[in-house]
Design a protein. Structure first.
Length: 67
């Protein structure tokens, strides 16, 4: 499932949104076109476990560190 995060939310900058793909078992693909960053997160979460609420804070910190 794909989600577009509007600019200004969860680290999205510029005039284009950040995109997040959510896969089976917690696998994620984070695409931030404004910063030129793609991150792949491999995981194997138990059924029923949702997205970690700290995930976007972590990705935002990574984006800031790479600037």
């Amino acid at each position: 499932m794909w989600w577009a995060i509007p600019p200004g939310v969860a680290g999205a900058r510029g005039r284009v949104p950040t995109f997040v793909g959510l896969g089976h078992g917690g696998q994620k693909l984070y695409i931030n076109p404004a910063e030129g960053i793609v991150a792949v997160l491999w995981s194997a979460l138990r059924p029923g476990v949702d997205v970690d609420p700290e995930l976007f804070a972590l990705l935002d910190s990574v984006v800031r560190a790479l600037r």
